[in-house]
Design a protein around this ligand. Structure first.
Ligand code: UDP
Length: 324
């Protein structure tokens, strides 16, 4: 059985659906602060609670025959992490440590971790591979980076094997339309664009039009949420078949500017996007592009939805018919 922590959130719920369809036996732990009960498939038990709750973890590991933990739960608002770092260090790092300690106590040795390209900080080159130096520039990136360091030490000391997946910009929704992105507040570019199209927001603010990029707007590498789900399944498969601990970057190796995303969204929905130029957002690097050669070669990861049009089509479909 696989314990999925944060399985009711955006990325976690897509993994849960994917793994459930593959016949995996899952149990979800989520405190539903940002997660949605409706995002879970029928038949997957949800334990509502905090991952930092040691007694709850002990009871979970005693009650269920858990072989592996796939861990998505985290606060992920970069701006908030700067103004409220304590929340990020406590939840993303300290509570994760409680999970790892419970795994050690209960002799559960396989851990797949949602990491992030924010552990790298400002890019020194793109596409960014696993050898890129890590120097996070905000508490969110640091809170995940600390876990990466802890994982190395726990592998050495306790034989806890892990795979940390560092994603670039997660986007899109399940092609079925059943689940998708639903953050409150929403800060991500693609859902905000479609909400502006639908009139639930007045416009989309383009944060910075004077970057050193071809059209002056920031470039990001968008990766389909189901491709991320697939990578988690492959990572776990590798661990369960005896593979060693490692780190992998997940991106499509191709960058799109904010302006290019807006134009592609207009094409997908056939409607104009109301746009407003706005100042740069603090801490936004001009260009973030991932190199996933290692994940392709060593995990056998093959993105199914690498085209930006497909990612946007699924996001648009979800935005029009969302259930939560
Ligand atoms: N962005 C924007 N307007 C918005 C939200 C985001 O121009 O309302 C830009 C942001 O500056 C970045 C890109 O869109 O260059 C992607 O931002 P998002 O918050 O979706 O993801 P991030 O790259 O911060 O993880």
């Amino acid at each position: 059985m696989i314990l999925v922590i944060g399985g009711a959130g955006y990325i976690g719920s897509h993994y849960v659906h994917y793994a459930h369809e593959q016949g995996e036996n899952l149990v979800v732990l989520d405190n539903l602060v940002y997660g949605h009960r409706e995002a879970l498939p029928e038949g997957v038990p949800l334990i509502e609670g905090d991952m930092g709750d040691t007694a709850l973890l002990d009871s979970l590991f005693t009650t269920y025959p858990i072989q592996a933990v796939v861990h998505f739960a985290a606060y992920a608002y970069v701006g908030e992490s700067v103004t409220a770092p304590t929340k990020y260090y406590h939840n993303n790092t300290v509570a994760t440590l409680a999970v790892l300690d419970a795994m050690v106590r209960h002799k559960v040795k396989n851990f797949v971790f949602s990491s992030t390209c924010a552990t790298f900080g400002n890019p020194q080159y793109v596409p960014m591979d696993e050898k890129h130096p890590q120097d996070p520039i905000n508490p969110y990136g640091e809170s995940k980076y600390f876990v990466e360091r802890i994982l190395r030490a726990y592998d050495t000391a306790y034989g806890l094997r892990f795979i940390a997946l560092r994603y670039f910009n997660a986007a899109g929704a399940a092609p079925s339309g059943l689940i998708g992105e639903s953050h409150d507040p929403e800060t991500h570019l693609i859902p905000l664009i479609f909400q502006a199209v639908m009139g639930t927001r007045s416009n989309i603010k383009v944060f910075g039009t004077d970057y050193d990029t071809p059209d002056g707007t920031c470039i990001r590498d968008y990766i389909h949420i189901l491709d991320i789900a697939q990578a988690h399944a492959l990572a776990l498969k590798r661990l369960l078949s005896g593979g060693s601990s490692d780190f992998f970057n997940l991106g499509n190796g191709q960058g799109f500017s904010v302006q290019e995303v807006i134009t592609a969204c207009e094409k997908v929905c056939g409607k104009p996007v109301p746009v407003e130029k706005a100042p740069r957002r603090t801490g936004d690097p001009p260009r973030l592009i991932g190199c996933a050669d290692k994940a392709h070669a060593e995990l056998g990861w093959k993105p199914q939805y690498a085209e930006i049009e497909t990612i946007l089509q699924h996001a648009w479909n979800w935005e029009q018919h969302r259930r939560y």
